[in-house]
Design a protein around this ligand. Structure first.
Ligand code: COA
Length: 256
């Protein structure tokens, strides 16, 4: 267990709160494990009808803890729990709702492609700067994001790290509504409550008809193979060292 993820169950809604605000809710392996445990429990427990993701502080999440990536790029333990979480998102059969404020980086954005209702605070900023980190995108986002917002917009997010602000994300169909920050959690909670009152069997069949879970799983595994290779690359090593040393990366002398 970790104190950086809180799990509560009330009224059929399992709320998973990411709570590491001093690090912009960056997700380390223990936090991914807690989120995965929550999703796995939700699948098993009929008392859970909806899962609601939210974050404490000014950011939803800054994505993967880059210290974990740096360790993995040095040949040590990899982000296995991150991939367990991604697999669980792809397989989830219960409704997933997200309340997103501030920065939603990396998995903070790609996980939204697996959520069924998404609410953004007006200050939300979706970012998927995988190429800036010399990585490849994950969570089947290489298929799901272009399918949602078109190739060129998705490519600009992945390759150039271009952020999508809340209004644009709404226009692109990545969110249901943009609300003032102060109303975000109540708005998402009330949507989750509405889902919790719907017939669970019908919801689960509807979700499964709307998602190609086998294709999602196969895209996740293709991405994972390349992600693992990229983590060991000299380019990624430079990207993580640069973040730790608070300097821009220099890829100019590296060939790939
Ligand atoms: N991993 C580890 N620590 C992170 C982090 C991450 N992904 N993102 C932020 N932090 C830490 C910072 O190192 C800093 O720690 P410190 O106070 O001990 O120095 C703290 O969180 C605050 O971050 P800071 O960069 O000062 O906040 P900001 O408001 O200026 O910028 C972000 C916020 C999210 C835009 C910026 O932190 C960022 O780009 N982070 C990296 C995001 C990323 O690339 N994630 C991986 C995606 S796959």
């Amino acid at each position: 267990m970790t104190e950086h993820v809180r799990r509560e169950l009330t009224g059929g809604i399992m709320t998973l709160t990411i709570a590491r605000p001093d690090k912009k809710n960056a997700l380390n392996e223990a936090m991914y494990a807690a989120l995965s445990d929550g999703l796995e429990l939700a699948e098993r427990d009929p008392a859970v009808r909806v899962v609601l993701f939210q974050g404490e502080g000014d950011s939803f999440t800054a994505g993967n803890d880059l210290a974990v990536f740096r360790t993995a790029s040095n040949g040590q333990d990899g982000p296995d729990e991150a991939f367990r979480f991604i697999g669980n998102l792809g397989r989830a059969t219960k409704p997933l709702v997200a309340a997103v404020q501030g920065n939603a980086v990396g998995i903070g954005t790609t996980m939204l492609l697996h959520c069924d209702l998404v609410f953004l605070a007006a200050d939300a900023k979706l970012m998927a700067p995988f190429v800036n980190l010399a990585l490849v995108p994950e969570a089947a986002s290489t298929w799901l994001l272009p399918a949602r917002i078109g190739h060129v917009r998705a490519y600009a997010m992945f390759a150039l790290g271009e952020p999508l602000d809340a209004a644009s994300a709404l226009t692109c169909g990545l969110a249901n509504a943009v609300v003032p920050r102060a109303e975000l959690h109540a708005k998402a909670r009330s949507a989750a409550e509405a889902l919790a009152k719907r017939p669970a069997g019908s919801l689960s069949h509807t979700k499964s008809l709307m998602r190609e879970t086998e294709r999602i799983a196969s895209q996740i595994s293709r991405e994972r193979a390349l992600f693992g290779e990229r983590l060991q690359s000299a380019e990624a090593h430079e990207a993580f060292a640069a973040f730790a040393e608070r300097r821009p990366p220099d890829f100019s002398k590296l060939s790939g």
